[in-house]
Write a protein that binds this ligand. Structure first.
Ligand SMILES: [Zn+2]
Length: 413
């Protein structure tokens, strides 16, 4: 059976699967099944029972006892994972000053967010969730610094981690780090080393470590951050002074961002370090040694800093990298397809399968769900998307998914 929707976007199977009784066995067939970015099966199928994958293989086979859905000649693949976004900033789309330099942008975010009411923030966040879903992403790492209830995230049909973000020096509420289910977690994030005091960062990391949940931190994002941490001076120091924020008690020692985070004990395999635009080889070696997950948000980095992290160097060093869009306050869309295409264009030397890894398996791992998502293998959850690319060889499939402008071409099911 083939169903065609009117709007463009990624073919999104999960909502359709939901309509089928959870106890039913359903076989999904397509021209290609991407088990993982390195393993593509031509004329493949995925059998799903009660939302879990029970079999994957080649051929049309004999599935007379099952419901069979043939999606078309394209690719059935795992849902994409957006490991870093800020849904509470969706309301700031096209309202911020990304051309005014980093501090100018920060000022515009603070000012506009103050002007926008809680209802508008929540409404825009819902629109952002729709955008994530229609662009093939249902596993998300969401960072929230607004005073809103995480239920909007937990009840939206998304899986992933909802991070409550803290900055400054004080937090007068208990930190909530808790696994809600196999596929949803609440945790905490420190904003960044130049905005959040060392003692608060340590407290946040300690809370997430105790609960075995992920901890997220923007790290080595801007030149202003590096200068402030290493010298205590520069535009960021001036900005804090102008806002009446005294950091003299922070005990900064002149370490660069990665070393600073390391000294505070923030770096381990449960930490997600976001951006790393100003991370050099030595920093990356530290991150690799500590098994930190790195999240790259290339479009946001270029919009705000006119600079990108050295992704090829990081890949060569063995850093585990995933992808995020950051927020609509610094990016044009929440689409991981847009993010992959941008990265492929910026770094043509990176193989498409590596970029696909970042957008699927690595993202699932970074958020702590590697046993549930990221692969289409038996035992994992059947969160899949169908992408209508036409290609004869696995390499062409990988390249087409990463590079094509799907938002204009895809038919939704
Ligand atoms: Zn961010």
């Amino acid at each position: 059976m083939r169903v065609t929707a009117r709007t463009s976007g990624i073919v999104f199977i999960m909502s359709w699967i939901k309509k089928i009784s959870a106890a039913d066995s359903v076989v999904h067939q397509a021209g290609w099944v991407m088990v993982d970015p390195k393993a593509l099966i031509h004329d493949g199928f995925v059998r799903v029972d009660a939302g879990r994958i029970t079999d994957v293989g080649q051929g049309r086979g004999s599935f007379s006892s099952d419901q069979v859905i043939h999606h078309g000649p394209g690719v059935l693949m795992p849902s994409l994972v957006n490991a870093h976004t800020h849904l509470d900033l969706c309301a700031l789309k096209e309202k911020t000053e990304s051309e005014a330099g980093f501090i100018g942008w920060v000022q515009s975010v603070i000012q506009k967010k103050d002007q926008i009411g809680g209802d508008a923030i929540l409404q825009a966040a819902q629109t952002g969730i729709d955008e994530l879903k229609t662009s093939g992403t249902i596993i998300v790492g969401d960072i929230c610094s607004s005073d809103i209830n995480p239920r909007f995230f937990l009840d939206a049909g998304l899986s992933g981690v909802w991070f409550k973000e803290y900055l400054g020096r004080f937090a007068d509420e208990p930190f909530v780090c808790e696994k809600i289910s196999d596929t949803q977690t609440l945790s905490v994030a420190g904003h960044a080393p130049h905005t959040t005091s060392p003692d608060l960062l340590i407290r946040l990391k300690t809370a997430s470590r105790k609960a075995l949940t992920r901890f997220s931190l923007h790290l080595a994002e801007s030149e202003d951050e590096v200068r402030f941490l290493t010298t205590g001076k520069g535009p960021w120091a001036d900005f804090l002074t102008a806002r009446g924020i005294d950091t003299s008690g922070w005990g900064l020692t002149g370490d660069n961002p990665v070393n600073h985070a390391d000294q505070l004990g923030l770096l381990d395999k449960h930490t997600l370090a976001v951006h790393l635009v100003f991370a050099d080889k030595k920093d990356v070696a530290t991150l690799v040694e500590k098994q930190v997950h790195a999240c790259i948000c290339a479009r946001s980095n270029f919009n705000l800093h006119k600079r990108l992290p050295d992704v090829p160097m990081m890949l060569q060093a063995g850093l585990r990298m995933c992808l995020g869009t950051d927020s609509l306050a610094s990016n044009d869309s929440l689409s991981l397809f847009d993010e992959m295409a941008y990265l492929a264009n910026a770094f043509p030397q990176i193989a498409p399968r590596e970029i696909l890894k970042m957008a699927t398996i690595n993202g699932a791992h970074a958020l702590g769900f590697e046993n549930f998502f990221g692969h289409l293998t038996p035992g994992r959850r059947a969160k899949m998307i169908y992408v209508p690319v036409l290609a004869a060889e696995p390499e062409q499939v990988q390249e087409a998914i990463v590079n094509a402008g799907f938002s204009e071409k895809i038919t939704c099911i």
